[in-house]
Design a protein around this ligand. Structure first.
Ligand code: F6P
Length: 524
């Protein structure tokens, strides 16, 4: 069954929200807390190790109830059921969207179980040193060769779970930039390195070109028959992986119903398994599964992904905010934003609705940010006193993993202080001049999580996956395709051809022609 095709702006709730927005805009903003005694008590959601405080937002109970009505009118509940039951909701690619099936411990598909088992045994052999390289030495370094969803998830998670890491060193080759590849190869010993080529399609230009460079480098030291101890592949395209020279037993399968940017739960997570061990990987899957159940079963008003998605819609479509920031007060989460950028922006950066009509309202938010407290000393000035409204998610953990309580207290103090300063501004305080005035009422969500464990990380990632899904449903777009990346790939084939053959005659654009001419001048 296909997803409902409802223009959100034509719903009763949307019209009511437009009217309500005028009232909120005109209203004395300071009323939000002072006239609403138990606001902080009410506008929060507690779930397992998560505590979401969304009270510092320009919303009232009426806003929430109208947003919930919107969710109902666009048939969100039905859409969630369709996704989880494997309907082909990725209509433009004629595919189901079932990354949730990779962590469904109630009814796990046999093929998922088999892949997990293969990942478990393989990663254990690598970690315990039983798997030997071509000179009989144990593996010390793992290189994940892949880009986009075949890179960002594994890198974000291995970074986030550093505390749980074993002795193996994990590297990521993603960029086609030859200097980047060389920098990594210079650090490696071919005798003790395992390369994991991760590409759902096994046709991605960057990944295949990098894999070829790396294989050639490896063959300077080893024989072709040694490839089987040092190269494995993760792909849907078994034929492509075999043609590259990967032996059948070294191919970790993937399913077509797993989108690249949602694939870290699949065999794409092999580098994660190697880095932190299968048990931690499984704990992460379980955390995601728990969040899936919360998302599926909880009332929308008490449902973390749904509430966060609705608040984001409120700012995006009514306040016309164009971006939102994510600031995690944990150095371990320093790769969270690039990961979310692909997840959110590749999914919801669409301007045609599910009926194929051009959209006349804002869709996909721009996601940006970095870790706190570093961000405070970089771009927070703009959040506090700039002209743009930038709703921000603040994420932090109450426990320090290494037990450095002193630093952790300062970290948390800053985490909370920033949301307060952004909201309260300098109201009721006298300031010397306009330059020192903070308007306040800058909206934030605070997500306080007990501890950065593999399980809680899994829940956190799943939370954002569901949030973006809800937004895609409301915006009436297809969140699971990414046709927008195709044109650039085709054009790049033409420009490469022109550069390699020193012939720009087939190029269309004069600016590009000049740039290519200039490159050859510079290269002389
Ligand atoms: O070009 C975008 C994209 O298709 C992403 O969606 C995907 O994660 C990435 O390229 C890598 O694709 P693959 O895993 O097939 O190499």
């Amino acid at each position: 069954m296909s997803l409902p095709k409802i223009n959100p702006t034509k719903t009763e709730a949307w019209k009511a929200l437009e009217k309500h927005f005028q009232e909120i805009e005109e209203r004395e903003l300071q009323d939000f807390f002072s006239e609403d005694g138990d606001r902080a008590e009410r506008l929060k959601i507690e779930w397992q190790d998560f505590y979401l405080d969304y009270s510092k937002n320009r919303i009232t109970d009426e806003t929430i109830s109208l947003l919930l009505k919107l969710a109902e009118e666009v048939k969100l509940k039905e859409a969630i059921n369709q996704q989880f039951s494997g309907d082909k909701i990725n209509e433009t690619e004629d595919r189901a969207v079932l990354h949730t099936a990779l962590r469904d411990f109630d009814t796990m598909k046999a093929e998922v179980k088999a892949t997990l088992q293969k990942m478990k045994s393989f990663s254990e052999e690598i970690i315990n040193g039983n798997h030997k390289g071509f000179t009989g030495k144990a593996i010390t370094d793992i290189v994940n060769i892949g880009i986009g969803g075949s890179h960002l998830g594994p890198e974000m998670v291995t970074e986030a779970l550093q505390f749980y890491k074993n002795h193996l060193k994990i590297h990521f080759v993603a960029n086609i930039d030859g200097d980047a590849v060389t920098e990594i190869l210079n650090k490696l010993n071919p005798e003790t390195t395992l390369f994991i080529i991760v590409s759902k399609s096994f046709t991605t230009q960057e990944t295949i070109a990098n894999a070829v460079v790396i294989k050639d480098w490896f063959l300077k030291y080893a024989l072709r028959t040694d490839i089987k101890n040092h190269f494995v592949a993760v792909s849907v395209n078994e034929g492509g992986a075999k043609d590259f020279g990967i032996s059948e037993e070294n191919i970790f399968p993937m399913q077509n119903w797993v989108g690249g940017r949602f694939s870290l739960w699949s065999s794409v997570g092999l580098s994660i398994c190697c880095a932190v061990g299968f048990n931690n990987f499984e704990a992460m899957l379980k955390g995601a599964f728990e969040m899936d159940n919360h998302f599926k079963k909880e009332n929308f008003g008490n449902n973390i992904p749904v509430v966060l998605a609705l608040i984001s819609i409120w700012y995006n479509n009514f306040f016309k905010a164009e971006s939102e920031a994510v600031v995690a007060y944990s150095q371990y989460l320093n790769k969270l934003v690039p990961y979310l950028q692909q997840a959110v922006m590749e999914s919801n950066g669409k301007s045609v609705d599910r009926s194929g009509e051009k959209i006349a309202y804002q869709t996909g938010t721009i996601v940006w940010g970095n870790v706190g407290s570093n961000s405070q000393h970089a771009y927070f000035q703009l959040l506090h006193q700039g002209t743009k409204l930038i709703p921000t998610d603040f994420i932090g953990f109450s426990e320090s993993l290494h037990g450095n309580v002193e630093n952790h207290n300062i970290l948390i103090a800053n985490f909370f202080a920033q949301t307060e300063a952004l909201w309260e501004g300098t109201h009721n305080k006298s300031v010397e001049n306009a330059f020192k005035l903070f308007e306040g009422y800058k909206p934030t969500n605070t997500l306080l999580i007990k501890k950065l464990t593999p399980k809680n990380l899994g829940s956190l990632i799943a939370l954002y996956e569901h949030k973006l899904f809800v937004q895609g449903i409301i915006w009436n777009i297809f969140s699971y395709d990414q046709w927008g990346v195709e044109l650039g790939k085709t054009v790049a084939k033409g420009t490469l051809n022109a550069i390699e053959n020193n012939d720009i005659s087939n190029l269309k654009n004069d600016s590009t022609k000049n740039l290519i001419k200039q490159v050859s001048l510079f290269q002389k």
